[in-house]
Design a protein. Structure first.
Length: 366
């Protein structure tokens, strides 16, 4: 890794410049939050509704159990617990009776099988051993009602025919209702918004950390250890502040040079950007420095044309223009290294195509 790359990595982050640029991109964060919320909400809806489980319906029946009393054996209360009742539902004492009740209701075993009844029915004793709660759950609302009626009647019959009971009395049942699950769409939406917000902030920080461009003259001087003559704006500025800075520095650093080459660090393919920067330089400084500006020749980066190395070798030095905010910092460092190899001095750097509004905010110029 070359020294310029190391230098860039070791630079202290210009927080003022960073936050001013971040403010211009701050809209990305709420946009990312909205996108994250929509995506998370959409995924949750797809998983739970579109591709979620089938709708199911449920009823609850309550039956009161009156146990028979045997003077020698006592009662069998302890024998009939929640686990026992679930076993009994599928036993020969209750299931055949339930299937017979379904047949009387006009339902065949092809429609509702014994296994469907077993899978649909759950019996439990919530607290009092004399209160039996039977829950029927099925994907068909019609089948839920039919199985409920059949199993309730079968239990009542079981209470009449089994010696362990005086009776099993039906108390009542609920109407079949759609089984609903806790809707966590809001939680999914909030999670998606928070996740995408955090990710967007991390991405912005990562992008800025990998950004090798420069935005203010001081950062350019710190990185390349070269004097920055001034700033040129893409649009013509009527303010004399930056123009005077550039003119004063230009006269100091360039006045003694007879043959000067201007190279734009993003003029890789041809000299077009270098020529544009030179034109803006001449327009900004005006006719007062024509004698100095006439000695400047625009040229592309030497690498593509071998003859360019001879030209820079024969010159008194190079003015290097660096476009503000453009990712060509690594190339700028490479050009400087090449010029040093050929013992061609860099007379100065000009930050070009800069954002005047940004620099005014940065320096608090009203």
């Amino acid at each position: 890794m070359d020294r310029n790359a190391n230098r860039h990595m070791d630079e202290e982050l210009n927080l003022r410049s960073f936050y001013l640029r971040l403010i211009r991109k701050i809209w990305i964060i709420p946009l990312a939050a909205v996108i994250g919320a929509l995506i998370a909400g959409g995924i949750y809806t797809l998983v739970t509704v579109t591709f979620g489980p089938q709708k199911s319906y449920s009823t609850e029946s309550k039956l009161y159990i009156k146990f028979a009393y045997d003077e020698q054996a006592g009662t069998q209360v302890d024998f009939y617990n929640a686990f026992t009742w679930n076993l009994f539902i599928s036993s020969d004492d209750i299931l055949p009776e339930a299937m017979s009740n379904l047949e009387k209701a006009g339902v065949s075993k092809d429609q509702i099988s014994e296994q469907m009844v077993i899978d649909s029915v759950k019996a439990e004793i919530p607290s009092d051993v004399r209160l039996l709660l039977v829950t029927v759950t099925n994907n068909s609302q019609e089948y839920t009602n039919l199985i409920t009626d059949a199993i309730d009647k079968a239990l009542v019959t079981y209470g009449e025919t089994n010696d362990a009971f005086d009776s099993i009395r039906f108390i009542g049942r609920t109407e079949s209702a759609l089984v609903t699950y806790t809707d966590r769409t809001l939680i999914a939406v909030i999670f998606g918004a928070v996740l995408f917000t955090v990710v967007s902030i991390l991405v912005l920080l990562l992008v800025d950390a990998l950004d090798d461009s420069v935005y203010v003259p001081e950062d350019c001087e710190k990185r390349y250890k070269l004097p920055v003559l001034g700033v040129l704006f893409e649009k013509d500025s009527k303010d004399a502040f930056f123009k005077n800075e550039l003119q004063a520095a230009y006269e100091k650093y360039i006045s003694g040079a007879e043959r000067v080459v201007l190279i734009a660090s993003d003029s890789v393919k041809d000299a077009e950007n270098s020529k544009k920067d030179l034109d803006i330089l001449k327009k900004t400084l005006g006719s007062g420095l024509d004698s100095l500006l006439d000695k400047v020749t625009a040229m592309e980066i030497p690498g593509n044309v071998l003859e360019n190395y001879r030209k820079i070798g024969a010159s008194d030095g190079v003015i290097l223009t660096v476009p503000a905010g453009k990712r060509c910092g690594s190339m700028t460092g490479h050009i400087i290294a090449q010029l040093k190899k050929h013992e061609c001095p860099v007379l100065g750097v000009i930050l070009v195509r800069a954002d005047e509004g940004f620099l005014r905010r940065y320096y608090r110029i009203k």
